[in-house]
Structure formats: C-alpha cells, structure tokens
Design a binder for this molecule. Structure first.
Ligand SMILES: [Zn+2]
Ligand SMILES: [Zn+2]
Ligand SMILES: [Zn+2]
Ligand SMILES: [Zn+2]
Ligand SMILES: [Zn+2]
Ligand SMILES: [Zn+2]
Length: 244
C-alpha cells in the first residue's frame, strides 16, 4: 500500500519534469535537428506507452541492459539526433565511461568523451607531442607549436623569422650561415646568400663583394680583371709591378 503511494508520487514528479521540459525539448530538438543531447526519464507505460515502444537503444546487441528495447520508468535515457540510448549505454567509444552529464563529441556514428577525442584526433606538435589548440605552424606538412618550431642549432624560435632548411631541418639565418654557408676566403665569415648578399666565386673559392680586393693595393676587384698569384688575388697593375 505504502509502496503504491510512493510510486504514485514518483510518477507525478516524473510526469511534470518530462512534460514541461523533456518532451517539449526533445520535440524541438528533433524538429530543428539541433546539436544537443537530451537526457530525460522513461515514463511508465501508463503515460508514455507509444514513446516507450519506439525506444531502441543505439547499442543494439551490445546494450548494457541486455535488451535494447527495455524501458524502465524512472531511469534515464539519452537522445542525440536520431538515436537513443539508455543512460548507462551512452558511453565514450574509447574509454567506455558513461558520458553522463559531461560534454561529448560526436564523430560519424561514434561518441567520444572530450579527453579521448583529444587524444585520438587532436593535432599534436611533432616536437613536444602535446596537443596544439590554436596558432600552430605547419612545416613540411607537419604541425608544430609556434614556440616549438625552433632553430635546430640554437633553439631560438623561428615563427615569423626568416629561416633556411637543410635535410628537412630548419635553421635560423645566423646558424645556417655559421654551419653551412660558403665562407669568404678573405675574412672567413660565412656568405649566407640570405638578404641577397653578393659574392664572387672563382674556382672553388668565394669572397664577399667587399672582400674581393687586391692583396696589394686593396682596391676593389669587382668587375675588373685580376690575376691569381699563389694564394693571392691581385689587380693587373700590382701584378705587373710584382713581376718587374
Ligand atoms: Zn542500452
Ligand atoms: Zn573516453
Ligand atoms: Zn610543441
Ligand atoms: Zn639558430
Ligand atoms: Zn669577406
Ligand atoms: Zn692592386
């Protein structure tokens, strides 16, 4: 007797909740194909026979209740777009934890909790392997955090900087010059070619334009004839003097 009273009380409370919030909300969500999941309660067959008959847990054979058509008044169900689940069955496809009231991410036919979705689909930086949420950079089709995309040699950030790559590794202009560029025969500093540095090459030697001067009179030899005397380059006049 007292059990009946209790269940009556429960029923009416359910009725109220569902009618004012759940059903109406579900109807609207359905009509607008809204991107929301709706958690509502199963009503007893006495009040929601048609609704209950239509229910089929999207887990089908894998329904955790063992019967995808089971409706238990007072338990919850989840509805998302055209599919429905028992609340218990509305789980993350990866970790199998029930979504409950937490947010979730639908992808194709699967439901993910936020954590598993990030783990599986988020873009990860090739250097630190952490997720890039915004403002990453791509180099050779691979994603990096801006702060992780640094010079291979000195580790200074290259985002927004001029850089050069060699063997698929990126270097700041300075390091690239130090490490790989041709060096000037005269001053031994690198000839980077970045920023359009002009230089002279002769056989396998190179000079900055400014360093390409006569070993004797120090006049520029750019655009002029010159003569190689042992390791030196000299202007024709100085060469003549030397020979005399
Ligand atoms: Zn189920
Ligand atoms: Zn998960
Ligand atoms: Zn990173
Ligand atoms: Zn560097
Ligand atoms: Zn030089
Ligand atoms: Zn000279």
């Amino acid at each position: 007797m007292s059990a009946d009273v209790l269940s009556d009380d429960f029923k009416s409370r359910l009725h109220l909740t569902t009618k004012t919030v759940g059903q109406e909300r579900i109807r609207r969500a359905r009509e607008n194909n809204e991107d929301v999941a709706i958690l509502s309660m199963f009503l007893p067959n006495a009040t929601a026979e048609r609704e209950n008959k239509k229910f089929c847990c999207a887990m089908k054979d894998q329904c955790l209740l063992g019967d995808s058509r089971k409706t238990i008044a007072g338990t919850k169900k989840m509805e998302y777009k055209t599919r429905q689940w028992h609340e218990k069955c509305f789980c993350c496809v990866v970790c199998k934890n029930p979504i409950g009231t937490k947010s979730f991410i639908p992808r194709e036919q699967e439901i993910y909790c936020a954590g598993c979705y990030e783990d599986k689909f988020a873009t990860r930086c090739v250097k630190c392997n952490k997720i890039i949420t915004q403002g990453g950079v791509t180099y050779k089709n691979e994603p990096w955090h801006r702060e992780c995309f640094t010079c291979t040699h000195c580790n200074s950030s290259l985002a927004g900087q001029r850089f050069t790559s060699r063997d698929d590794k990126a270097y700041c202009a300075e390091c690239y010059g130090e490490l790989f560029a041709k060096r000037c025969t005269s001053c031994t500093k690198p000839i980077t070619g970045i920023g359009g540095t002009r230089f002279i090459s002769f056989e396998d030697r190179h000079w900055h334009n400014d360093c390409f001067i006569c070993a004797h009179c120090k006049n520029s030899l750019v655009g002029k004839g010159f003569i190689v005397v042992e390791q030196d380059i000299v202007c024709p006049d100085c060469a003549k003097e030397q020979l005399m």
